[in-house]
Design a protein around this ligand. Structure first.
Ligand SMILES: NC(=O)c1ccc[n+]([C@@H]2O[C@H](COP(=O)([O-])OP(=O)(O)OC[C@H]3O[C@@H](n4cnc5c(N)ncnc54)[C@H](O)[C@@H]3O)[C@@H](O)[C@H]2O)c1
Length: 429
């Protein structure tokens, strides 16, 4: 077991910077050895933050390859824009580093295969840092499913329901990758917040697998409306501190956004279950992940934060509103052990503590030199959904097969690592 690990972090937009400040720097057993962003100002800010927090030896570069050359670095954390995730991950594994990769979809199936084959060839683990797998509610429901409270699970659903119109519309001055993706692609580009927890709950890649999907997109109207309605506001100097005001006006005023407002994807699994995923990011709404789990003895629905157990709740059939929010009452008994422990202390890091947990899960694996609880097969199979959704949307919702990145081993894989952060089983000690 390594005492303190050295890491390199690549990508310091909002996410990378906040993870650095709130999650990685406060961890005693992690040394920030190198930081990188293609923008020099962001790289410098990351260097400054790391040095101020007591990391004396921080190497900084705008070229990630320079970071990968540092032999003593144990792991690379990739928090950059989606398009570079897989290239950097593969090069990092070839350089002998563990890889923790922020969430996001792939652009091509071949990339996903490259990710898997590079990990197999080098023996280096690659973990998608899907924080929602460690969400308090998601883990409580996993615990309840494993204890059999919902019976046999036959259907799950979830979505990324998040009004991102402002982030997308100000993408030029914020130098944010989402704008170019929303202008040029149409797919479920951000499915892993819902798919991660669902895939673990359905044993995907370990006894089960995703077979095929269909994906249908609504028209794209939300962004055009938003840009039109907010032209004056978008033209305020606040938004143009770093750029040319005319640039946004001329490029976005009559821009055609290819990304449909609602994309609905249905997956069929080998075990017979269905999964419905929804991308919903360009219409007015409140944040929600719509996590839904339906079994033969009960169900959970995030929209009403309610749990229905057969034989207990049937009398509310017509008055279910009375039970909205009842999931709260299950936390004391069914919270996952890592949340039972976390509740006793101050919750650390962003997103209600799940950022901290997913990074602990990754770093503990690096320290112990074991595989990660979300492995390269999970990462590739979750990332490939964006590509396949793009294809199915182009084909008007025709079914598209989902590759088996385990090449048949999903039926009989080697045992998983049984640890505190394991997502295959609930480790009680
Ligand atoms: N898990 C979560 O809850 C969560 C939340 C927000 C964002 N994210 C993820 O974090 C990632 C970053 O999101 P963001 O909002 O900070 O994006 P951003 O566009 O604000 O920042 C990305 C940064 O990456 C840098 N970058 C891009 N390609 C690079 C390369 N090849 N080498 C070095 N630097 C490079 C860019 O210069 C930019 O500074 C994305 O994958 C996103 O999906 C996850």
């Amino acid at each position: 077991m390594k005492g303190k690990i050295k890491i390199g972090v690549i990508g310091f937009g909002n996410r990378g910077t906040s993870l650095l400040k709130d999650v990685m720097l406060p961890m005693d057993d992690v040394e920030i050895r190198a930081v990188c962003d293609s923008y020099e100002d962001r790289m410098e800010e990351a260097r400054k933050l790391s040095e101020e927090a007591g990391n004396p030896n921080v190497f900084a570069s705008t070229d990630y390859r320079e970071v990968l050359k540092i032999e003593e670095i144990d792991a690379i954390v990739i928090t950059c824009a989606w398009e570079s995730h897989i290239d950097i991950a593969c090069e990092a594994m070839l350089a002998g580093k563990y890889v923790g990769i922020e969430v996001g979809g792939a652009y091509d199936i071949e990339q996903c295969w490259r990710l898997v084959r590079t990990s197999e060839k080098t023996g280096m683990p690659c973990m998608m840092l899907e924080n929602c797998c460690y969400g308090k509610t998601e883990l409580m429901i996993l615990n309840m499913v494993k204890k059999g409270l919902f019976g046999e699970i036959v259907h799950c659903a979830g979505g990324y329901h998040h009004d991102l119109r402002d982030e997308i519309a100000t993408g030029i001055e914020k130098r944010h990758y989402r704008l170019r993706n929303y202008l040029n692609r149409n797919c479920d580009n951000y499915n892993t917040h819902e798919l991660g927890p669902i895939a673990k709950l359905l044993n995907i890649n370990r006894g089960n697998r995703m077979l095929s999907l269909t994906s249908v997109s609504s028209k794209s109207a939300g962004m055009a409306q938003y840009v039109n309605d907010n032209m004056d506001r978008l033209s305020l100097p606040y938004y143009y501190k770093e750029g040319d005001p005319k640039h946004l006006n001329s490029s976005l005023k009559n821009a055609v956004f290819h990304q449909g407002d609602i994309v609905t994807t249905t997956v069929k699994c080998a075990g017979g279950q269905t999964i419905v995923m929804t991308l919903d990011t360009t219409l007015p709404r409140a944040y929600c992940r719509g996590f839904t789990v339906c079994g033969t003895k009960g169900r959970y629905e995030e929209q009403t934060d309610s749990i229905f157990i057969d034989g207990q709740h049937n009398k509310y059939d017509e008055n279910w509103k009375e039970q909205w929010g009842n999931a709260d009452t299950y936390h004391t008994q069914y919270d996952h052990p890592i949340w039972q422990e976390a509740k006793k202390n101050e919750i650390k890091g962003g997103h209600g503590g799940m950022d901290w947990m997913v990074f602990r899960a990754f770093f503990e694996s690096v320290k112990a030199q074991t595989n990660t609880p979300i492995d390269v097969y999970d990462t590739a199979s979750w990332m490939c959904i964006s590509v396949l959704s793009e294809q199915s949307v182009l084909l008007n919702g025709a079914p598209v097969p989902i590759p088996d990145f385990t090449c048949g081993r999903w039926m009989n894989r080697e045992p998983y690592i049984r640890g505190k952060y394991c997502l295959e089983e609930i480790i009680e000690e």
